[in-house]
Design a protein around this ligand. Structure first.
Ligand SMILES: *[C@@H]1O[C@H](CO)[C@@H](O)[C@H](O)[C@H]1NC(C)=O
Ligand SMILES: *[C@@H]1O[C@H](CO)[C@@H](O)[C@H](O)[C@H]1NC(C)=O
Ligand SMILES: *[C@@H]1O[C@H](CO)[C@@H](O)[C@H](O)[C@H]1NC(C)=O
Ligand SMILES: *[C@@H]1O[C@H](CO)[C@@H](O)[C@H](O)[C@H]1NC(C)=O
Ligand SMILES: *[C@@H]1O[C@H](CO)[C@@H](O)[C@H](O)[C@H]1NC(C)=O
Ligand SMILES: *[C@@H]1O[C@H](CO)[C@@H](O)[C@H](O)[C@H]1NC(C)=O
Ligand SMILES: *[C@@H]1O[C@H](CO)[C@@H](O)[C@H](O)[C@H]1NC(C)=O
Ligand SMILES: *[C@@H]1O[C@H](CO)[C@@H](O)[C@H](O)[C@H]1NC(C)=O
Length: 613
């Protein structure tokens, strides 16, 4: 009997002892979450150990003094799987971070049982389904991010009833419906990020009651209607980004306080009316972008008050009048894009005061006069694109000192004079397009110093002399067009260094001699245009090696003689062939083998039999 009692006592004691060393329930709950994961990284497998009595030293886990799990942070651990409903049993949890893993499936509604949760980050996963309406129960939540998942459906109104939310990040999902108008409940809201969804409808004017708001990221949705006037109440607003929606009406900003506004992006909408001059009072603005809208009127001179402005992009509107010289006061400006408007008059000399300017794009306007020399003195310039205007005058020597210049586009203007000799010295030019102007004189041999040059277009000018052999140093050349000038001589064989060339256009010049043999070495050529010159002799057999020719081979209007070489049949990708206006003879049967040809012109030659037809 005593023995039995003793035995019972031992059994009882060992059960008690076992209980005391067993994993506490929060640990058991965590292990039950693992069962929903199809890939668990080693660092978790090796520390989440069922033999431990408490889970408080497990990777990603934090406890309070009573060994309750209060934080699970497994950001970027490579986990695959689902979030099990057991998460709702971690009643002391205040932080849950599972961002940047590969979680999929729905967000369990049981999550709302973690009633002490303050910080929830499930971003950058593949969670799908709807946002659970039950999240409303998380009354102490101040941060929620479900960004960059596959969430769909609408934002439940109840989400915006969580009173202390400071940051709501739902961007880059497939959410739709409208922005709930009870947004004004969130009086603590600082940041609302909804970009990259399919939200539609109006931006609720009650948003003006979220008086602490600092950031609204609404770009890349389908929002329509006007921007609410109440946005002017948001004195703390730093970012207002509504790019790429269907918003319209006038821009209701600038008459309230906007002292903290840092980035304002209204681009790619249907805003109309004038740019409010009050924006000049938003003195912290670093970027103002409103390109691709229906804005009219002139660029307000008050924008010149924006001394911190780095980027001004107003392209693709209907802005008219002159470019305000006051823009020259925006001394920090790096990027000025005003292309595709109806701006007229001269480019103000004062823009030359923009000593930090890197990117000047004024193309497709009605600008006239000369480019002020002060602009050519801005050392920081990288891009200067002023094509499609009515600009004229000669290029000053100053432009040759622009060491950082990469991209210069002057085409479709009336520039004249010579191409400055020193242009190639100390320069990093990648693309130079002077087509359709009135440049005269020679192509300076110094251009051969532009070792980074990829594209050179000097066509439709009045250039004479020959193609300088020094261009052989431009070994990255891809596009070379000197068509429609008065150039003579031959094509220098030194240019065989152009191993990446895809386009050579020599059309309508006075080039002489035979078709240069070096051309046959350009096995990367997609287009070769030699028409309208004085090339004589036979078509070289070696042309058959240009097997990448695709867009066209034009040898028309030269003095070519003899038969079409059979090797031409190797040009199996060629779509367009022009041999017209030469003295070619023999048979044209070989052309039948050019299976890709769409366009062919062989007229005005002496081919066999053709004159009979
Ligand atoms: C878990 O802990 C026990 C006891 O400390 C140890 O023997 C075992 O190897 C651990 N398991 C893993 C997977 O590390
Ligand atoms: C947990 O959540 C579910 C679903 O939201 C609910 O039915 C259940 O009553 C909750 N359990 C507790 C203990 O709160
Ligand atoms: C939102 O998308 C769901 C499909 O995910 C669709 O059934 C619903 O009609 C859409 N709602 C709106 C307002 O577009
Ligand atoms: C917003 O605030 C205004 C004035 O403070 C108040 O009259 C209005 O009722 C509020 N609107 C909402 C939707 O809370
Ligand atoms: C505009 O946003 C849509 C998504 O709503 C996106 O698919 C599209 O690429 C965006 N367009 C531009 C030009 O950014
Ligand atoms: C800037 O603000 C001042 C004071 O609020 C105001 O008088 C002025 O008209 C504003 N400027 C512009 C260009 O709206
Ligand atoms: C090119 O740069 C060198 C060294 O920076 C300088 O001495 C020279 O004057 C420059 N040449 C031109 C034409 O700017
Ligand atoms: C030159 O400008 C064009 C037009 O904006 C742009 O597409 C291209 O990327 C620019 N190239 C360089 C080298 O900046």
């Amino acid at each position: 009997m005593n023995n039995i009692l003793l035995l019972l006592f031992i059994v009882y004691f060992s059960v008690f002892f076992y209980d005391a060393s067993a994993l506490i329930s929060d640990g058991v709950i965590l292990l039950s979450l693992l069962k929903h994961w199809t890939f668990v990284p080693l660092i978790i497998n090796s520390t989440w150990n069922a033999s431990d009595s408490i889970p408080c030293s497990w990777v990603g886990v934090k406890c309070d003094h009573a060994h309750n799990v209060v934080s699970v942070d497994l950001n970027d651990h490579g986990i695959f799987g689902q979030l099990g409903p057991q998460i709702g049993q971690l009643h002391h949890l205040h932080t849950l971070v599972l961002s940047s893993n590969s979680f999929s499936g729905e967000i369990p509604s049981e999550l709302s049982n973690c009633s002490l949760l303050q910080y929830l980050d499930l971003s950058y996963n593949s969670f799908s389904g709807q946002i659970p309406g039950s999240l409303k129960k998380l009354q102490t939540l101040w941060y929620i991010s479900l960004a960059s998942n596959l969430m769909s459906g609408e934002i439940p109104d109840s989400l915006f009833e969580i009173p202390h939310l400071k940051e709501v990040s739902l961007h880059s999902n497939q959410l739709n419906g409208s922005i709930p108008s009870n947004i004004s409940n969130m009086t603590e809201l600082l940041k609302l990020s909804l970009y990259g969804n399919q939200f539609s409808g109006n931006i609720p004017s009650s948003i003006g009651n979220c008086s602490k708001l600092e950031a609204l990221f609404f770009s890349d949705n389908r929002l329509n209607g006007n921007l609410p006037e109440s946005l002017q109440n948001l004195e703390n607003l730093v970012y207002l980004m509504v790019r790429n929606n269907s918003l319209g009406g006038t821009i209701p900003l600038g008459s309230g306080s906007c002292k903290r506004l840092f980035i304002l992006d209204l681009s790619l909408n249907a805003f109309s009316g004038a740019i409010p001059s009050g924006l000049g009072n938003c003195s912290a603005l670093a970027e103002f972008a409103a390109e691709n809208n229906n804005l009219v009127g002139s660029i307000p001179s008050s924008l010149g008050l924006l001394r911190k402005l780095l980027i001004l992009r107003l392209s693709e509107n209907h802005l008219s009048g002159k470019i305000s010289p006051e823009i020259g006061n925006c001394r920090s400006l790096k990027k000025l894009h005003l292309y595709s408007n109806q701006l007229e008059g001269e480019i103000p000399d004062k823009l030359g005061m923009l000593s930090e300017l890197e990117d000047l794009q004024l193309s497709f306007n009605r600008l006239t006069g000369e480019i002020p020399v002060s602009i050519w003195r801005i050392e920081s310039l990288r891009n200067i694109l002023v094509h499609n205007n009515s600009l004229f005058g000669e290029l000053p020597l100053e432009m040759t000192k622009l060491k950082h210049l990469k991209n210069i586009s002057l085409f479709d203007n009336r520039f004249s004079g010579v191409i400055p000799q020193g242009l190639g010295i100390n320069s990093s030019l990648v693309k130079l397009d002077f087509t359709n102007n009135k440049f005269s004189g020679i192509i300076p041999s110094e251009l051969g110093k532009l070792v980074k040059l990829v594209s050179l277009d000097l066509s439709h000018n009045k250039l004479e002399g020959s193609v300088p052999p020094q261009l052989s140093n431009c070994t990255k050349m891809d596009y070379f067009d000197v068509g429609f000038n008065f150039l003579n001589g031959t094509f220098p064989s030194s240019l065989r260094t152009w191993t990446r060339i895809s386009t050579i256009i020599l059309r309508e010049n006075h080039f002489t001699g035979g078709i240069p043999g070096v051309l046959s070495e350009f096995s990367t050529l997609r287009e070769l245009q030699l028409g309208g010159n004085l090339f004589g002799g036979e078509i070289p057999l070696s042309m058959g090696t240009l097997q990448k020719l695709f867009y066209g081979l034009n040898l028309s209007a030269n003095g070519l003689t003899a038969e079409i070489p059979l090797e031409i049949r190797k040009l199996q990708e060629l779509q367009s062939l022009d041999l017209s206006l030469n003295n070619l003879t023999g048979s044209i049967d070989v052309l039948g083998d050019l299976v890709s040809l769409i366009e062919v012109n062989i007229s005005y030659n002496f081919f066999n039999g053709l004159e009979l037809h």
